[in-house]
Write a protein that binds this ligand. Sequence first.
Ligand code: ZN
Length: 136
Amino acid sequence: MTEYGKPIPFPDNVTSTFWEATKDNKLLIQQCDDCGARQFFPQSYCRNCLAENLGWIEATGRGKVYTYTIVNRPPTVRFQEDVPYVVALIELEEGVRMMSNVVGIDPEAVRIDMPVEVVFDEITPAISLPKFKPVR
Ligand code: ZN
């Protein structure tokens, strides 16, 4: 495997459960055991009721494009080979929104509300990034 070269997430005690699951191609989101609110990204407390009593549920991985942009100018030289690419806010069926990429499609063909499903990009042995592809 060649060196990845781009920013890599560093799992901590709040996010390690999420990143461990992505290695098994599972997408987890937090759900509050007190009020039932769901949230992404992972935090140590519920953003709705401030409880620290959070559990995890496995998302279906299906959702839709809430909004997106096409990146044409790479933020660093490491992204040169990727442009143009799509940065999107994906709204999962579970109601939370997740910043990611839409892959497997011409960026110009991406549309708001387009149905998508998760795919996992294994960038290192320790990290797989959840990305989204159109549902065919
Ligand atoms: Zn709560």
